[in-house]
Design a protein around this ligand. Structure first.
Ligand code: X2W
Length: 286
């Protein structure tokens, strides 16, 4: 551990004091290893920023904080559907999923999952691909959305086994009904359900924007929901997409222990967000 500590101190010396980093390490070492962090990775990160993602995940793994990764593949699905001549249709922000669309969703989700697992392996990081047997799901509304699922149960045994073996579980957002029908699950919803079941200490959303943005497009450093939530919702600049995100995060945090927090950041800034007071990106607390 001493060697690891000095590596971290060296890596972060430009951004934080050794004392600061050690405080965080001490705090994190008291958290149950199987419940340290759930990291949601959007498909855009897998496409545009996979190197930084792999480095950040490798770093967490090296300091003994094995993250649980759940990912989407939205932009890749758009591209593959266009290439196959299938028109994209959405309702309430969800992809209407016909059997034809589902075939693309299954293929592309598995492909993107393996791409990340293989990139981690190439970097010497232990990781396990999980594209099934995690999310038990039911039809969200077959007539309205087609083969889209809402998660009804999360099977944690595979995830826990992976963490015990110090392997990063890399989970795709595919669900399966009790009757064996595969369903397309929105990756943010999948991440939220994983979080509600596992109750992790940290919830991290990795995005290209690097955080929640205020009216002038600047990243909001931190949000304390207990004192700022109502005031925030009254802001005229809080447009629909950002409002939905904040509301979702609020609902999620209300179902978790008070010590849990949500960070929204870029892959490159993950260590800075976790190990420095100043952070990087947006930290949301209850
Ligand atoms: C999503 C699943 C992928 C996803 C979709 O088909 O696009 C539904 O809409 P990102 O990259 O995290 O957005 N599912 C039902 O959520 O990917």
């Amino acid at each position: 551990m001493n060697e690891l500590r000095s590596t971290i101190v060296r890596l972060l010396s430009n951004m934080a004091s050794a004392k600061e980093i050690q405080q965080y390490l001490k705090r994190f070492s008291q958290v149950d290893a199987a419940r340290f962090a759930v990291v949601k990775v959007g498909g855009a990160i897998l496409r545009d920023d996979i190197e930084a993602l792999v480095s950040s995940l490798a770093f967490l793994q090296q300091v003994g904080l094995t993250p649980i990764v759940v990912h989407g593949a939205g932009p890749q699905l758009d591209e593959e559907m266009a290439a196959a001549g299938i028109t994209k249709q959405t309702r309430d922000g969800l992809r209407i999923t016909t059997p034809e669309v589902l075939a693309v969703v299954r293929r592309v989700s598995q492909q993107e999952n393996l791409k990340l697992v293989e990139a981690l392996h190439s970097a010497g990081v232990r990781a396990v691909s999980m594209t099934s047997n995690v999310f038990e799901a039911d039809f969200l509304g077959r007539k309205k959305y087609g083969l889209v699922g809402k998660v009804t149960r999360v099977e944690t045994s595979g995830i826990e086994a992976a963490i015990r073996g110090q392997s990063i579980p890399v989970i795709a957002s595919l669900g399966e009904t009790i009757g064996g029908q595969i369903l397309n699950v929105n990756a943010d919803w999948a991440a939220n359900e994983l979080v509600k079941t596992l109750q992790p200490y940290k919830i991290i959303f990795l995005t290209g924007t690097g955080g929640l943005l205020d009216g002038e497009g600047r990243i909001i450093d931190s949000i304390n929901l207990s004192t700022e939530y109502q005031q925030l919702l009254e802001q005229p600049w809080l447009h629909s997409g950002m409002r939905v995100k904040i509301e979702q995060i609020h609902d999620l945090l209300m179902q978790l222990p008070p010590s849990s927090s949500v960070s929204i950041t870029r892959p490159d800034d993950l260590a800075k967000e976790l190990f420095t007071h100043r952070g990087s990106g947006t930290l949301v607390r209850r």
